[in-house]
Write a protein that binds this ligand. Structure first.
Ligand code: PGA
Length: 244
């Protein structure tokens, strides 16, 4: 059990349409019953749902994040892209950057660094994802990889107040696997040693079963949740179990 202030971030990825938003009424009712300062809930839906969701969540403590943004804070000829200012304009307060699914489709540390800078300049808070692949884990170079992602991703960024780190081992995302407890404690401590004062979330296959183990790791400041966040009962269960 924990009494700590925790972040629960729902990453819907490329799932969800207008009809799906109704399923959130359950979560809103649940959150409204609880003391507001106990935790922070952040929903990161596809960009098409940010505006309607912002309207729906107006009178709640739940906040909204986007799942990516363009590296330029200015408008321009970038077909199909959205910048941080546009996302903020329709109701986003956060943006997920550096997610491994985007790293795998070509985003490198330099680009992620530009995106983080642009998001901060535009007034968004950043959920900055880092994590090693399975082959990097097998080669025992996890810490080296994390150190690189952190130093390159945060290069020359002085205003770091609005940045949360999400440690997401790539092999744990959507696989049902999570790191051994001792390994996870060691890795989170390592990250916290590198970026003093940062909140560090864990992400990768968090579900209503394994939350009972994960919540016992005191250094974790919250969770970035994909699959399980799309089922309101599972998401509520994860939050309830964290505090029970
Ligand atoms: P998962 O996704 O919870 O479905 O593993 C987490 C994420 O990709 O952020």
């Amino acid at each position: 059990m924990t009494n700590k202030y925790m972040y629960f971030v729902a990453n819907w990825k490329m799932f969800g349409d207008l009809g799906t938003l109704n399923t959130l009424n359950k979560v809103i009712t649940f959150v409204n019953k609880i003391k507001k300062n106990k935790f922070k809930l952040i929903y990161c839906p596809p960009s098409t749902l940010i505006y309607p969701l912002a309207k729906m969540l107006k009178k709640t403590s739940i906040e909204i994040g986007a799942q990516n943004c363009h590296e330029s804070e200015n408008n321009g000829a970038h077909t199909g892209q959205l910048n941080a200012m546009m996302l903020k304009d329709v109701g986003a307060k956060y943006v997920i950057l550096g997610h491994s699914e985007n790293r795998q489709s070509g985003e490198n540390d330099r680009l992620i660094n530009l995106k983080i800078r642009s998001a901060i300049k535009s007034g968004l808070k950043v959920i900055f994802c880092i994590g090693e692949t399975l082959s990097e884990k097998r080669k025992k170079i996890t810490k080296k990889i994390l150190a690189q992602q952190i130093s390159k991703g945060l290069n020359k960024i002085k205003n770091r107040k609005g940045i949360l780190i999400a440690y997401e081992p790539v092999w744990a995302i959507g696989s049902g696997l999570i790191p051994e407890q001792s390994e996870l404690i060691d890795t989170i401590d390592y990250i916290k040693g590198k970026v003093k004062g940062f909140k560090v979330l864990y992400g990768g296959s968090v579900n209503p079963k394994n939350i009972n183990n994960l919540k016992n790791i005191n250094s974790i400041d919250g969770f970035l949740i994909g699959g399980a966040s799309q089922v309101p009962n599972n998401f509520i269960d994860i939050i309830k179990k964290t505090y029970n």
